[in-house]
Design a protein. Structure first.
Length: 670
């Protein structure tokens, strides 16, 4: 039986999960549609998804229509779950990009479109929620044409809009579904849409283009065949209106999914990182990729795989070429919502599940050991939001490491590290929502943690040269301790240390000890206990004692010298600076800039990209602690951002004074 794997991708709140439920209902898989609000959909079946009312992981659903099996991958809409979004799109052969008939193209729409572009995916634009008040198909169509790269054309038009949305009309044939009289007001729009679609179709076929330019008539059957070939090849992106709630337009969408979207076998050869290729057929050498991993409390690790070529059977030995080891799955399953059905084989073009294989990770390639191949890994962005996590009890502390390892197995976009300067345990992810879900998952594993904004890793430095002596002299019976040095410090990039001692005033063997002492003092800081940086040190002179001098004495002297010198070198506080890149609808430009100004940002650029503005700025890390939630509120969840370190810069004097006083109070209390 023919098979299609189709990913649903969109901005949050466009009704993807409801559409998936409607497709299952219309194709007869379920007798009654579930509701996201009630937590009764097939796709959003985890406790967290039911509690929050949105998708957190990619749901896998199966249906049959017109003799064709279809696997639907319902990806999350929130950018916080980017791994699930990209993994779900990568595992499919085509993408349905949903757009709200009320909101139009949003940042999440553009992200999904860009990911589909990256993987060369054919796609269909589905204008959903046509039954809503203020729904406007033609405004959204213009928005899609202006905002999304590629040959877009309306292939169906709505009969009515908002609560009056009652049908769709085929632009090529003029057929109305469900059957009804075409409103006269739609005649002109239908004529314009047909002309635009005809132009788009003939541009994908040189033979048709030649005949079209010569004025030769082209039959409707030829046009439809060329249209389906173009959709299949990804050279034409059709747009059609639907309402997942009322079901209007679903028949047209299902027909297009099975007729126009490509199957796995039709996507062409697959290429590995070394240039090897595999034909996507069941008789080719086996290759597959793990596109997501979940941890089930009863089953253990569950690896979702897309079989790209060959046929996978129970007991086959597979080479995990990404990890350079062999695995042997004894049972194979196909998923449908939360249910797993055991199957005797998984041929090319299948989405399957492997269990009880701890050595599988998201992104791994599996292959026939005799014909190994490795596909390129899924690129994932760096985290943008960080919290400090604090286990509630010693028992929670003991279990935290193992629990975090499970979370990282499921979601590689989560990062965990201990900040050496502050000693805090830091959890980083794609946003406040992402980390909130992670904390809930820790609690489900029996690990209770609280979160706080992380401490800012300030640094100290100097702004002027200075000289000072450090002398350590102690006599306590027997051998004493004696070390004496004079140093000069001056500002400079990084850390540099050299000796300018002449005449043997300090034996050369003690110079390394002075350097260690200087570094000891720099780690402790002089203003507020923060490490120092960008200091160059020169040992000028000193003295020693034949009996009492030692490495430890000169190390102590070096530390004292640095501490004494800093007081005259105009010490100052430095703060970490991040390069922020914000992408949001251009209508929010003024709000974005005003908000950044309150964060002491230096705007570097504002670059328009269609209906979107990209703002780049340098912002102190301390001002970005709540930016994930603030940007979501500012833009109605239509903004996205990325961060990368940009070094350290001086803290303004009034603010530095407050930070130093607070820090000194902390140290005194400790």
């Amino acid at each position: 039986m023919p098979h299609r794997i189709v990913s649903l991708a969109a901005h949050s709140g466009t009704g993807k999960t409801t559409l998936a439920e409607a497709l299952l209902h219309r194709s007869g898989v379920i007798s009654r549609m579930g509701r996201v609000e009630d937590g009764t959909t097939r796709s959003d079946h985890t406790d967290a998804e039911k509690a929050h009312g949105f998708s957190i992981q990619t749901g896998v659903l199966r249906l049959t229509h017109e003799g064709t099996d279809v696997t639907v991958l319902d990806t999350p809409g929130f950018a916080d779950f980017v791994r699930e979004i990209r993994g779900g799109i990568r595992a499919a052969d085509s993408v349905l990009v949903l757009v709200s008939a009320v909101g139009g193209v949003e940042v999440g729409t553009e992200r999904a479109w860009a990911t589909a572009d990256r993987f060369g995916m054919p796609r269909v634009v589905v204008v959903n929620r046509m039954d809503r008040d203020r729904a406007d198909f033609f405004t959204v169509l213009a928005d899609v044409r202006a905002s999304l790269k590629g040959p877009v054309a309306a292939t169906f038009l709505p009969v009515g809009e908002g609560p009056d949305f009652r049908g769709v009309v085929n632009v090529l044939t003029g057929e109305v579904s469900p059957p009804q009289e075409l409103p006269p007001t739609l005649t002109g729009a239908l004529r314009e849409a047909r002309d635009a679609l005809l132009d788009a179709i003939v541009e994908t076929d040189d033979d048709l283009m030649g005949r079209y330019l010569e004025g030769e008539p082209i039959g409707d059957d030829e046009l439809e065949a060329a249209y389906l070939r173009a959709v299949h090849a990804g050279t034409l992106y059709p747009v059609l209106p639907v309402s997942a709630v009322t079901g209007v337009g679903l028949d047209a969408l299902l027909h297009l999914m099975v007729r126009g979207l490509r199957s796995a076998r039709e996507r062409g050869p697959l290429t590995g990182v070394d240039g090897q290729t595999r034909e996507p057929t069941p008789d080719a050498p086996l290759s597959a990729r793990v596109w997501r991993v979940s941890i089930d409390p009863f089953v253990g690790k569950v690896a979702y795989v897309r079989v790209w070529s060959g046929t996978l059977r129970p007991g086959d030995t597979l080479r995990n070429t990404s990890q350079d080891l062999d695995v042997r799955p004894m049972h194979l399953y196909v998923p449908n919502g939360k249910d797993l059905t055991e199957v005797p084989e998984l041929p090319a073009g299948s989405i399957g599940v492997l269990t009880k294989l701890p050595d599988l990770h998201a992104g791994d390639t599996l292959a026939d050991p005799a014909r190994p191949i490795t596909y390129d890994p899924l690129w994932l962005p760096d985290p943008v939001h960080t919290v400090a996590i604090h286990p509630a009890t010693r028992q929670d502390e003991d279990k935290l490491g193992a629990a975090l390892a499970k979370l990282r197995e499921e979601d590689p976009t989560l990062h965990y590290a201990r900040e050496p300067q502050t000693g805090e345990q830091l959890l980083s992810g794609m946003g406040d929502m992402h980390l909130g879900i992670a904390v809930e998952k820790l609690a489900a594993q029996g690990v209770t943690v609280t979160t706080t904004p992380p401490r800012i890793p300030y640094r100290e430095t100097i702004h002027a040269p200075a000289e000072a002596q450090g002398k350590h002299k102690k006599q306590s019976g027997g051998h004493g301790q004696y070390g004496d040095c004079r140093i000069r410090i001056e500002p400079g990039p990084g850390f540099a240390f050299r000796s300018a001692v002449v005449g043997g005033a300090i034996p050369s063997k003690y110079i390394p000890s002075i350097e260690k002492g200087v570094q000891d003092a720099m780690q402790r800081g002089a203003l507020a206990g923060y490490p120092m940086q960008d200091v160059h040190v020169t040992v000028l002179d000193g003295s020693y004692h034949d009996v009492d001098s030692s490495d430890i004495a000169f190390r102590t002297a070096g530390s004292l010298a640095l501490k004494n010198a800093v007081t005259g070198a105009r010490p100052g506080l430095l703060e970490p600076i991040m390069q922020l890149r914000v992408r949001a609808p251009a209508s929010f430009t003024g709000d974005l800039i005003s908000d950044l100004q309150t964060r002491r940002a230096r705007v570097q650029g504002m670059d328009p990209e269609g209906t979107v503005i990209v703002v780049t700025a340098l912002v102190p890390q301390a001002e970005l602690q709540t930016y994930s939630a603030d940007l979501r509120s500012l833009t109605g969840d239509r903004g996205a951002f990325s961060l990368k370190p940009h070094g350290y810069q001086p803290v303004p004097e009034p603010l530095a004074k407050k930070i130093i006083e607070a820090r000194q109070g902390e140290l005194a209390g400790a």
